[in-house]
Design a protein around this ligand. Structure first.
Ligand SMILES: [Zn+2]
Length: 255
């Protein structure tokens, strides 16, 4: 009976992924029940421990906020130091998170230390960055702050649980906007309610080399969370990983 259930449960996830037009063999996922924090489904190939790229940006945002009385800068992203060649224009913290602006986080990270970012990370349940990390490592540009998918998922759930804390509240506004209209907007196309989400693209952690692996993490629905999911899609961007996360959340909440 237990084996039967396992087979059926893996089948629903795989069919959700392939219905979203994604190759099942390239998609890894961990799904947790938000209320209990327990993993309800997972399929994550080695390596478990890898850089989750821009999924790390919220921790640097929290550290900067704590240090600066929650006053965040506005800056003009011209595209010069960003993944978006045309630039994001004038951005504040909420837009910078929603659109994962590298130029913004490059600036923010210069004024926080690995210890300060590590303090926020540890509070939420993800390991701290290495103590000698360069500032680019603190928001995932360099692939030397590693974490498991379970740590990342746990930390985002904890961030949502702390949504009444002022710093978490600001970061979560960015994550909500990311899911609506930012880098994780592929989620919204499948889901009737708002989510909190973030995407990232990191160096490929697999044996097969590729341009990178896309990551997405989402907590859904934002107003009364039931599930949290993290996805990794080999050789694709974070946007594609958001599509996979949306497909899984859609299947979970409608079956
Ligand atoms: Zn930018």
């Amino acid at each position: 009976m237990a084996i039967m259930f396992l087979l059926l449960s893996v089948a629903w996830a795989e069919s959700a992924i392939s219905q979203a037009g994604l190759p099942v063999e390239n998609v890894d996922y961990v799904i947790a029940d938000f209320t209990t924090g327990q993993v309800v489904e997972e399929h994550w190939r080695e390596p478990q421990t890898a850089s989750p790229g821009s999924l790390l940006k919220p921790f640097t945002a929290l550290a900067y906020g704590r240090k600066n009385g929650l006053v965040f800068p506005d800056l003009n992203c011209t595209g010069e130091a960003c993944w978006l060649p045309s630039g994001h224009g004038q951005v504040g913290i909420v837009q910078a998170i929603a659109h994962s602006c590298n130029a913004y986080f490059r600036q923010l990270a210069i004024s926080v230390s690995p210890t300060e970012v590590g303090f926020e990370a540890a509070r939420l349940g993800i390991r701290a960055p290495p103590p000698n990390s360069r500032s680019e490592s603190l928001w995932g540009l360099r692939a030397d702050w590693l974490a498991t998918p379970h740590e990342v998922l746990r930390s985002y759930m904890e961030l949502v649980r702390r949504r009444s804390e002022p710093g978490a509240f600001i970061v979560l506004q960015g994550l909500r906007r990311a899911a609506r209209e930012g880098t994780a907007a592929a989620l919204a196309t499948r889901l009737p309610q708002d989510a909190y989400a973030k995407t990232g693209t990191a160096e490929c952690g697999h044996v097969l080399n590729a341009d990178g692996d896309g990551f997405a993490v989402a907590v859904y629905p934002a107003d009364a969370p039931r599930y949290a999911v993290i996805t990794r899609v080999h050789g694709q961007t974070g946007r594609v990983a958001a599509r996979a996360a949306g497909a899984l959340l859609h299947a979970l909440t409608t079956r």
